[in-house]
Design a protein around this ligand. Structure first.
Ligand SMILES: C[S@@+](CC[C@H](N)C(=O)[O-])C[C@H]1O[C@@H](n2cnc3c(N)ncnc32)[C@H](O)[C@@H]1O
Length: 276
C-alpha cells in the first residue's frame, strides 16, 4: 500500500503504466485493482476510492505490462452476459463470437441436440443451451480445455445437459457413437500460419486454438465434409470465419452441397457462415 495514496491515485498511475502495452489501460487498471481488493469493479468504483492501492496490485500490473491478457490474470471472461472461467489452456472467448450464438439462435433448429466442435471454455455451447434449452456435446482435442468447459457447465447449472469429450476431428472415428445433431457450432482455428499477431495473443493464447495452415483454412477443409454426416436431415451448422475468409470457406461449403448464408458482426465484418 502506498502512503497517502488513494485508490483513485493508484488507478491513474496504473492506467498510465499500462498505456504503453494495452489498448484499454484504464479499464485494465480498474479490473486488476478490483481483483487485488477482492471486490467487483463497480463496488471498487463506488465504495473504495478513499483507500490506498491494495497489496498485490504491483504483481498484477507487472503481468499486464508484460502483455498477459486481463482475462488470464483474472481467470474469467464475460461472454454473452455470463462469466466463463478461462485458463492458458483455453482461448479467451471473444465478443465477435457472439455472432455465432446469434446466428444459431435465429437458425431455429428446434430442440435437437447441439454439437460444439472445439468447445474450449464451452462458451458457445453453454451460452446457446442456457439461452434456448436442450442438450449438447462439446468436444476439444485439449483435455485441459475440456476440464475448464466442465467447470463452466457446472457453474452455469448445465452439467446434466452436456457431454464434454476429448476428441480430435482429424482422427478417423473421432465421433463414433455420438450420433447426429440438429445444430453444429464450430469456431475452429483459422489464423494464417505466418500472421503477425498482437503479443497478448501470440505469447499467451494456445497456438493450437489459433493457427490453421498457410491460409488458415486447414481445419475448415477437414470439418466441412464431416458435417454432411454429423447433421440430421434439415440440420444447420454455424461456423465462425475470419474477416477475409468468407469466399474461400463458402466455396468449401458449396463443394460439400451446402447452401450458405453470411452473418456479419456488429462492426459489419463477415463473422459466421450458416450452412444448411
Ligand atoms: C478458436 S478456439 C474456439 C474456442 C471456443 N469455441 C470459443 O469460441 O471461444 C478453437 C478450439 O478448437 C480446438 N481444436 C483445435 N484443433 C482441434 C482438433 N483437431 N480437434 C478438436 N479440437 C480442436 C482448440 O483446442 C480450441 O479450443
Amino acid at each position: 500500500m502506498s502512503d497517502g495514496q488513494t485508490v483513485a491515485d493508484a488507478l491513474r498511475a496504473a492506467a498510465t503504466r499500462l498505456g504503453a502495452t494495452s489498448p484499454t489501460p484504464r479499464l485494465d487498471a480498474e479490473l486488476l485493482m478490483a481483483q487485488a481488493l477482492g471486490v467487483s469493479r463497480s463496488q471498487m468504483l463506488l465504495q473504495r476510492m478513499g483507500e490506498g492501492a491494495p497489496a498485490g496490485i504491483d504483481d498484477l500490473l507487472d503481468r499486464r505490462a508484460a502483455h498477459e491478457p486481463v482475462a488470464y490474470i483474472l481467470g474469467h471472461q464475460e461472454f454473452y452476459g455470463r462469466e466463463f472461467r478461462v485458463t492458458r489452456d483455453t482461448l479467451i472467448p471473444r465478443s465477435d463470437s457472439e455472432a455465432v450464438v446469434e446466428a444459431a439462435l435465429e437458425a431455429g433448429t428446434g430442440p435437437g441436440r447441439v454439437l460444439d466442435m472445439g468447445t474450449g471454455t464451452g462458451a458457445l455451447l453453454l451460452t446457446l443451451l442456457a439461452e434456448r434449452g436442450g442438450e449438447g456435446v462439446g468436444i476439444d482435442r485439449s483435455a485441459a480445455a475440456i476440464a475448464v468447459a466442465a467447470e463452466n457447465a457446472a457453474a452455469i447449472g448445465l452439467s446434466q445437459q452436456v457431454r464434454l469429450l476429448t476428441a480430435d476431428w482429424t482422427m478417423p472415428g473421432w465421433n463414433e457413437g455420438l450420433g447426429q445433431f440438429g445444430l453444429v457450432l464450430c469456431n475452429p482455428p483459422y489464423v494464417e500460419a505466418d500472421a503477425e499477431l498482437d503479443p497478448d495473443v501470440r505469447d499467451f493464447e494456445p497456438a493450437s486454438a489459433l493457427f490453421a495452415g498457410p491460409a488458415g483454412l486447414d481445419d475448415y477443409r477437414v470439418i466441412i465434409p464431416q458435417l454432411v454426416q454429423l447433421l440430421l436431415p434439415g440440420g444447420v451448422a454455424v461456423l465462425e470465419i475470419g474477416a477475409t475468409q468468407d469466399a474461400a470457406v463458402s466455396a468449401l461449403a458449396r463443394e460439400s452441397g451446402f447452401a450458405v448464408t453470411l452473418r456479419r458482426d456488429l462492426a459489419g465484418r463477415p463473422r459466421a457462415l450458416v450452412l444448411r
